[in-house]
Design a protein around this ligand. Sequence first.
Ligand SMILES: [Zn+2]
Length: 274
Amino acid sequence: MTLPIMIQNLPEEWAASDLGSTRINLMREGVVTLVGVKKLESEALFVSSEGGGTLRETAKVEFAGKERYWWIARKVNGVIRRVLVSQLDIQNCTVDTPCVQCEVCALMGALNTTTNASFFSRVKLQDLISMQPFVYEEKFRVRLPDDPTRPDANPTPFQEVIVPPGTEFPFIVRIIKPSRRDLALFLFGNQIADGLGYGNYSKLRGDATTRWLLLANGFLHISAHDLLEKADEQSIEDQVAAIAAAPLGVKPEQILTGGDLKSVIDELIKTVKQ
Ligand SMILES: [Zn+2]
């Protein structure tokens, strides 16, 4: 298929030297805005701090009139980064010691504390806050010992308050100074990360699906707070459709939705590993 003009007009890709550490001017360098809904397909636990004790509780936040589940963007960013480095088989680049030379570092941001080299993250994810209200429900579980043959090996009981499957989160992403390659890498990394899951450990997979609703070439004004506040009266889909029809900050012809958006996303994802 032929990509729409607004996507064709993006630079094809950046070399690391095009980015450097200089401040990026949003108005001059451009931005794309992606809006979707992430839905958990299995239960997850997003802890903001690892406590001692036997109760682990997923993070929550008071937002748009309700107590809601809170999924910190940094964790999503971290999983996507790890997925991209592994899928693209990038050598000598890890989460702990990023190389600050590869295209993943150049997109997702990196700081190497030994060399002091850095890239500013051009992917800006907002924290994910659930549409559904937080429900406190302790699940009683048992952790089996690593080595069950030891004489002191006993199962350890513990409790968890998790995010249930089916919980949905508005997902707003901006990519600053985007190239087509950047957009493709992000969409590809997000898709694989969704399948692998964002859970804290193997038992809680926290796998997800993302329903992309809109892509805007520009800084679209859209607020997760507004979307959540109105969600009881109007679905997120209908709210986003209304925003696409009368966008703030972007010309209507710079917006893709529906089938056009789906084709562009599929096409871009296919280009990543060619
Ligand atoms: Zn790297």
